[in-house]
Ligand binder design. Structure first.
Ligand code: SF4
Length: 302
């Protein structure tokens, strides 16, 4: 019987008892639960990794104007801006996370990791990590397996959907996946990987889902950039052996509790937060009127 990814403590215990690495435990789960052998799983992840890199390139090279007009080539502007706030690498991290997410907002091809709304975080994080540290693709694939294990547990203990747990569940989970992947790639141990996850989620607790006009554009795109930054800051902290104090399983339970008590208007309904602002409402009205105007006659309501 494979480990069913219901807690971080259990993942570590199972891996210690079975003398398997954290990565092997995920591969075993894929094999026994989904019927994919290790080779097929790795091949599938390689394809996903190529799509992620492609999304970064597309977002930085092609026109990224969304139908609503709210997204308008922001990633390229950030990438080309002559002044770096911290370093050129940080600027690139932010631009890449924006780029891949803009591709999603413009209906391009992305990897939902774990959701389309959070699809810029893992590409931004992994692309930049690989470039800075010259990490082999095979190690990136193993890191993605670690991320998959993290998401499996978060889905069971809390949620990975904005409609269920708010944006903390979507961008928070993706950032946790990214932090775990960074710590793993930079040779952190199990405790440090889990600390990276816990610290990331501590920084993202309570984030509501309030997309303007119900479109996954504002604030989603910029939140992908900030989540990528938090993944990196948390990994930096965890690698230095700074403890999250609250164990990772308890942090994820807190995320679940906050998500469950969040009001419905903050769960992708576009009824609260930024979506409910004066400007947010005006944009929603404009988008709706335009969509009705372009409906062919036969689709018009009677
Ligand atoms: S605001 Fe909502 S729709 Fe946008 S990324 Fe966050 S969870 Fe997804």
């Amino acid at each position: 019987m494979a480990f069913l990814f219901d807690s971080f403590e259990g993942w570590k215990k199972y891996s210690d008892e079975q003398h398997l690495s954290l990565v092997d435990v995920v591969l075993e789960y894929e094999e026994t639960q989904k019927g994919h052998n290790a080779d097929d799983t790795r091949k599938g992840l390689m394809k996903a990794w190529l799509v992620m890199k492609d999304a970064v390139h597309t977002g930085l090279e092609e026109d990224m104007t969304s139908r609503s007009g709210m997204i308008n080539n922001g990633a390229k502007k950030v990438y080309r801006y002559p002044k770096a706030v911290l370093s050129r690498e940080f600027q690139q991290l932010i631009a890449r996370a924006l780029a891949a997410k803009e591709v999603n907002s413009c209906m391009g091809r992305v990897v939902a990791a774990p959701t389309a709304g959070a699809s810029g975080i893992m590409p931004g994080v992994l692309y930049t990590l690989q470039e800075i540290h010259q990490i082999e693709d095979s190690k990136i694939i193993d890191a993605m397996l670690i991320s998959a294990g993290i998401a499996l547990i978060m889905e069971q203990k809390a949620s990975i959907a904005g409609a269920v747990g708010g944006c903390q569940a979507e961008t928070g989970t993706a950032a946790a996946m990214g932090a775990g992947a960074i710590v793993y790639c930079l040779d952190g141990n199990t405790e440090q990987i889990f600390n990276g996850v816990a610290i990331t989620v501590q920084c993202m607790l309570g984030l509501v889902c309030d997309p303007v006009a119900g479109l996954v554009e504002i604030p989603c795109v910029v939140r992908n950039a900030s989540a990528a930054a938090i993944a990196n800051s948390s990994a930096q902290i965890a690698l230095a052996d700074v403890s999250s104090v609250i164990p990772v399983d308890e942090v994820i339970e807190a995320m679940g509790e906050i998500g469950a008590s969040m009001e419905t208007r903050y769960k992708e309904t576009a009824l609260g937060g930024l979506a409910a602002t004066k400007t947010g409402q005006a944009i929603a009205k404009r988008v709706l009127i335009r969509d009705i105007e372009i409906l062919p006659d036969e689709q018009m309501p009677a």
